[in-house]
Design a protein around this ligand. Structure first.
Ligand SMILES: *Cc1c(COP(=O)(O)O)cnc(C)c1O
Length: 396
């Protein structure tokens, strides 16, 4: 009898090979150059509409200088875990900077955003507790919930009546944690934070919000979702990544001093995994400073989002409820998303398709992102290309 593990491996390999043979495979493309709004792949220079460097900080001279200086001083690694011999002054400086930027007492930095969700959620809740998530929460949140062993409950996307019902149904004795994305990574819409935080208070639940796509994006100065809604005290566990707007790698949680002390001694992805390399910690730290020193970057991003979204809507594309730099262009069937992608890339617009199971079947899409580096002319050109491709595949 053949081993089912081998069959699973064969099945994925078959799908990848088929897509490659049909010329419809777009993943894992090596990018030879990243240069502001531009990207070079397969020797072709294209306008990048697939970047999460929302404020276009990648390549910023101050950030690169900080990374070089850290390597010269400390080398390329840390040899160990923070709790024993791996902590550097750079890590403390980074955590203080994050806490200040997020208006919190303290912060903890982990080695990736994925690890941050896994380690934080599984250290906060366990057997006997309940963790409640939006159906569209990121995979790293789902994995953290499953790892925790807590009762894992989900509510339909951004449906506040359903969230209230889940809170009512939870065992009154159980520890309750609600975890949501601030900006949803596939749809680009924003969580109803005022209502989520009101419900969490009413039912005595702690609230954790993942700001992977809202740090540097939401709010007048890019401080995130609290600034967007004018709700400073709404969130207990303020999670974010250092790999998107911040051009480094790593993740963080900001919150009360007690919460951070607890995580630094119990979160297994922190206690049992090596510290961030010096260059990455220094680059992340400098990035927060640049965001404060160059507020015009956030303003330009907001203008670009408006231009791009309004343009797509005027052409008749379905962009769901996006109001952020993540703009889904709904194509329907996978095949149509692939064809749209190919037509756009042929016209030097670098954009990628997302298909099921990452998004519901029948809602395959291009996931286009707009950044600070795009000029008005770049956006106008992209709209032209999307229009032509959309007509060719019969979307508009
Ligand atoms: C990207 C992402 C993460 C993971 O962050 P990494 O730093 O890439 O590991 C977590 N949550 C959301 C919502 C994300 O989009």
């Amino acid at each position: 009898m053949s081993n089912p593990i081998r069959r699973r491996i064969e099945e994925i390999n078959r799908r990848v090979t088929e897509a490659q043979q049909a010329g419809l495979y777009f993943y894992l493309q090596p990018l030879e150059e990243l240069d502001g709004a531009w990207v070079t792949a397969n020797g072709r220079r294209m306008l990048n509409f697939a970047s999460y460097s929302y404020l276009s900080l990648l390549g910023h001279p101050k950030i690169e200088a900080a990374a070089h200086k850290a390597v010269a001083r400390y080398g390329t690694g840390t040899h160990g875990v923070r709790i024993l011999a791996g902590s550097l002054p750079l890590h403390e400086e980074l955590e203080e900077t994050i806490a200040r930027f997020k208006n919190a007492e303290a912060a903890i930095a982990y080695s990736s955003g994925y690890v941050t969700n896994l380690a934080t959620i599984s250290s906060l809740v366990g057997r006997g507790d309940v963790v409640i998530c939006d159906k569209y929460d990121h995979a790293s949140i789902v994995d953290g919930c499953l790892l925790s062993g807590a009762k894992f409950v989900r509510f339909p996307h951004n449906d506040m009546a359903a969230l209230e019902q889940r809170l009512q149904q939870a065992d009154p004795q159980a520890g309750k944690l609600v975890v949501v994305d601030a900006v949803f990574s596939m749809d680009g819409d924003i969580i109803n934070l005022p209502e989520v935080s009101r419900l969490c208070r009413q039912y005595g639940a702690m609230l954790m919000v993942d700001e992977a796509h809202s740090l540097g994006v939401l709010g007048e100065t890019g401080r995130g979702i609290e600034e967007h809604f004018g709700l400073e005290q709404a969130i207990d566990v303020k999670m974010g990544t250092l790999s998107k707007t911040i051009p480094s790698v790593g993740g963080y949680v900001a919150g009360s001093r007690e919460l951070i002390t607890y995580l630094k001694h119990t979160a297994r992805g922190f206690v049992f995994s090596a510290a961030l390399p010096p260059a990455q910690a220094a680059a992340a730290c400098a990035s927060f400073e640049v965001m404060e020193e160059e507020p015009e970057r956030v303003k330009k991003l907001h203008r670009n989002v408006e231009l791009f979204l309004n343009g797509l809507k005027a052409l008749g594309f379905n962009t769901l409820n996006s109001e952020t730099p993540i703009v889904p262009i709904i194509c329907g069937e996978d095949e149509r998303a692939y064809r749209m992608t190919r037509l756009c890339q042929e016209e030097n617009i670098f954009v990628l398709p997302v298909i099921s199971p990452a998004v519901p079947a029948g809602l395959a899409r291009l996931r286009a992102t707009v950044t600070t580096a795009h000029t008005e002319a770049d956006i106008a050109y992209a709209l032209e290309v999307f229009e032509k491709a959309g007509r060719e595949v019969g979307l508009i």
